[in-house]
Design a protein around this ligand. Structure first.
Ligand code: ANZ
Ligand code: ZN
Length: 823
């Protein structure tokens, strides 16, 4: 007999699947669709263990849907623009494309070998001209709608990478990529107006509840950060060394504390501070600003941090009391939140209290919370309470006082209700080479001129490599003079191209749409097809994308909806975040030396054993610790399952209905439960149940009718079909051994014979005063109460109870015994 050989199976089946187009979607297929999508990889070297886990998990819903008879789309592509390629090119005097496409080929080969049920005809790379042409086209649609604009603003700048970073890419004050402390720099940059969509991004999360992990939804909610309150305008009269200034507006969540305002503070790094400062205080402010440096927003507001600031030499006027309020600048107020200015309410805001105590400013309590005086304790009283010292709303509780305060502000035309978001517009321009050029031309006469659509793509200039790509504080594209200088499309005068490229998050915000027709040169996607296939039914990927990628994709989808290009508003109906692969309880890393090479694992154990190990180790959301798993155990199980099919294959089979009933019950329970378990994403339990089925079948072969028993053959077929979700090579081979044509992947989810699932029953005895009086067939899992009720309802028992003088006590031992004590 042949031995189980994963090498032989991989060599046999992979070419066959490709040849037969097993996973290619037929455009004429009219069955109901399922779109199952894995987050596409970034081509850094070969695939790693993390990819192996994610792809093994993502293939399960795809393969399951296929067995269930759906028309399944399960594509793959590469997120292939970005910094690492460029850094490698600079280091090796090469072109970023060299590194990128070589890595893509390596990953594609590994991915193919890994046996994912992918439609390869839809492969895409975001760095291909045929793709980024449409990224640029989208940019122009956004631009034409007023959703892409350029402005000067202080941006996060990484001095090492010499590029701008989005807020999201700054982690605790450092560059997400290289860890260098991020500084603020004023630059003219491109933004997408995602803030226009803040409310819809929040509201539409209702549809995702229960289908996306709660933690991702709450991270998105916090990121959007909706606060309700009021905006209030403070007059700024002329002062010595400064003329009158237009009113300064603040955002507050607590307009009810208006009478408690004793000072005002503007963000020291905001232009507003320089505008407001009097001549006498200007030097001091400039020195303070220069010393601010690279402190992160979180640090700036931290309670532990010493409060610092500069008096601006003048006062603001309280809009209701007319009182003069000293005007300060400090770094605890953030330039890019709200209006970059706050009303100081030291009694009820901890940051303001610390500032007031440091600077010797007044503290006025206007909410009685029953707590001690903040001026003495140093603890602001931020809770609910009753308004005091607030003539227009004394005695009101918080909510009523807020409502009244907003009315008073409105009556005096000094403020109104306001909603504020933490979400900022998306800074999308990058001063780097390896990205999609922004399709805008700058003309001295016409200003910004969009590149005409028929001139897309704006291709990256050719011939640039190595050192020429090195960051110099402006985009390397600026050095490509021939490329930069163009004719203005509008007036034909001399003009220049925009030299920035787009953030790679732009590329990945729409790739799931392009899979529908990746080679279409005439349009971004055909509208009928896009509305048929989207939204994605199941998205699978890492939780590291919980905010940015998902929020940006959701934003893009909504804009496309508003443009009339798609008829859905959310791109991903359901989301699954797989865990990480660890080794020894820690993330694999070079510095720890605990990395595990995927290729080596595949060589030793085979694809199926590695996939099975990933899935069996834990529920998909949990981490897998490679130090705790046993790929050799997985390989053994697969060999055992395969031998079982081999044994059956040599025996003739007949109608399974005549086979061993006990085994058939196990088989059909397994089919029934596995379906539910797959739907509940308890993939590891599906494997455990399949192992039990193989054991039960093996027992039957060894002790019962042998492999010729039709119930055994049935069990082998079901095993192959369920195993095809995670171990495609072994399953395909088993399927062939059992005499079927490939592919098992397109067979069917086995049908459940309901008659085999009828619950087990037992015979319960009913005694009266210890004497057996009657019997009863009941479900094995009957409750005590139910059993007692059924027993007492029996006519014979009622008769004995009546004779005995009524029930004194009932003893129940479910499911087997009831004893009624009478008298
Ligand atoms: C007065 C006040 C009194 C406030 C009080 C709070 C409590 P969230 O909930 O995060 O939106 N604030 C406004 N803009 C700011 C900025 N640019 N930098 C730092 N702080 C700023 O917080 C809104 C509150 O944060 C606002 O309400 C304001 O302080 C402060 F008892 O105004 B509050
Ligand atoms: Zn022009």
């Amino acid at each position: 007999k042949k031995q189980y050989s994963f090498q032989e199976m991989e060599a046999r089946w992979l070419p066959l699947w490709e040849e037969q187009g097993t996973f290619v979607v037929d455009p004429a297929d009219t069955r109901e669709k399922k779109y199952v999508l894995d987050m596409f990889p970034y081509p850094s070297g070969d695939l790693h263990m993390g990819h192996a886990e994610a792809f093994a998990i993502g293939d399960i819903p795809a393969r399951y849907a296929r067995l269930r008879g759906y028309n399944v789309l399960h594509p793959i592509g590469w997120d292939s623009f970005g910094l690492p390629a460029e850094n490698a090119a600079i280091k090796n005097d090469a072109h970023p494309a060299d590194w990128t496409y070589a890595n893509i080929e390596t990953q594609a080969a590994s991915f193919k070998r890994y046996g994912i049920s992918t439609d390869w005809t839809r492969r895409l790379h975001t760095s291909d001209e045929s793709y980024y042409r449409w990224t640029q086209w989208l940019f122009l649609q956004f631009y034409n709608k007023g959703l892409a604009y350029k402005k000067d603003s202080p941006v996060n700048w990484c001095p090492k990478d010499q590029t701008v970073l989005a807020n999201e890419q700054v982690v605790e004050g450092a560059c997400e990529r290289c860890g260098t402390a991020v500084i603020k720099k004023s630059l003219n940059q491109w933004y997408f107006k995602i803030t226009d969509y803040a409310d819809r991004l929040l509201e539409d999360m209702d549809e995702l509840k229960g289908h996306w992990p709660d933690r991702v939804l709450s991270m998105q909610r916090n990121w959007i950060g909706r606060s309700t309150g009021a905006s209030v305008r403070y007059q700024i009269p002329a002062a010595q060394g400064a003329p009158e200034h237009p009113p300064v507006e603040v955002f507050t969540t607590r307009p009810d504390t208006l009478y408690g305002v004793t000072f005002m503070v503007v963000a020291a790094d905001a232009d507003l501070a320089m505008e407001l400062v009097t001549d006498g205080q200007r030097d001091e402010l400039e020195a303070y600003r220069a010393a601010l440096g690279s402190v992160s927003d979180i640090e700036r507001q931290s309670a532990e941090r010493e409060r610092t600031g500069v008096f601006l030499g003048r006062h603001a006027i309280h809009p209701v009391t007319g009182e003069e309020l000293p005007l300060w600048a400090s770094d605890y107020v953030l330039a890019d939140y709200g209006t970059g200015a706050v009303m100081g309410v030291p009694a009820h805001d901890q940051r303001d209290l610390e500032f007031a105590r440091t600077m010797g400013l007044k503290v006025r309590v206007v909410v009685d919370t029953g707590e001690e005086d903040p001026a003495e304790t140093g603890i602001a009283t931020a809770g609910e309470g009753t308004a005091i010292n607030s003539p227009a709303w004394d005695g009101l509780n918080k909510d009523a006082a807020i409502a009244r305060a907003i009315e008073v502000l409105a009556e005096n035309t000094v403020g109104e209700a306001k909603v504020n978001y933490r979400l900022r517009d998306w800074l999308l321009s990058r001063q780097r080479f390896w990205g999609a050029p922004i399709p805008i031309i700058h003309c001295a006469d016409c200003g910004e001129v969009p590149v005409p659509e028929d001139q897309l793509p704006v291709k990256l200039p050719t011939g640039m490599r190595g050192e020429q790509l090195a960051p110099k504080g402006k985009s390397p594209l600026a050095g490509a003079t021939d490329w930069v200088n163009v004719e203005c499309p509008s007036c034909s005068g001399a003009a220049t191209r925009d030299t920035d490229t787009m953030d790679t998050f732009v590329d990945s915000s729409w790739y799931y749409l392009r899979y529908i027709d990746p080679n279409n040169d005439a349009e971004i996607f055909p509208s009928e097809e896009i509305n048929k296939w989207l939204p994605v039914d199941q998205y699978v990927g890492g939780v590291e994308h919980a905010i940015l990628h998902l929020l940006y994709s959701r934003f893009f989808t909504k804009v496309l909806f508003d443009l009339g290009l798609v008829n859905f508003t959310e791109p991903f109906k359901a989301l699954l975040n797989q865990g990480q692969v660890l080794n020894g309880g820690k993330a694999m890393s070079k510095s720890l030396g605990n990395g595990v090479n995927l290729g080596e694992q595949l060589d030793i154990y085979g694809v199926d054993a590695i996939r099975l190990t990933m899935v069996f180790a834990s529920p998909p959301e949990d981490d897998v610790d490679w130090a705790d798993v046993s790929p050799s155990g997985s390989a053994k199980f697969l060999a055992r399952a395969w031998r079982f099919a081999q044994d059956v294959s040599s025996e003739a089979g007949v109608d399974p209905a005549h086979g061993a009933k006990a085994l058939r019950v196990v088989t059909h329970r397994t089919i029934q439960d596995a379906a539910q378990l797959v739907e509940d994403k308890k993939f590891n339990v599906v494997i455990a149940r399949t192992m039990e089925l193989v054991n039960a079948a093996r027992k039957e072969i060894d002790s019962g009718a042998g492999a010729a028993d039709p119930a055994v053959r049935e069990a082998a077929e079901v095993t192959a079909q369920i195993l095809s979700l995670v171990a495609p090579y072994t399953a395909e081979d088993m399927w062939a051994l059992l005499g079927h044509q490939p592919s098992v992947a397109n067979s069917a989810w086995p049908a459940v014979d309901e008659s085999l699932l009828v619950q087990d029953t037992v015979t319960a005895v009913v005694q009266v005063k210890g004497k057996l009086r009657d019997k009863l067939e009941v479900a094995a899992d009957i409750t005590e109460a139910e059993l007692e009720a059924q027993a007492l309802a029996l006519p014979r028992i009622q008769k004995y109870i009546a004779e005995g003088g009524g029930v004194r006590k009932v003893i129940v031992r479910a499911p087997k015994l009831v004893n009624v004590v009478t008298g």
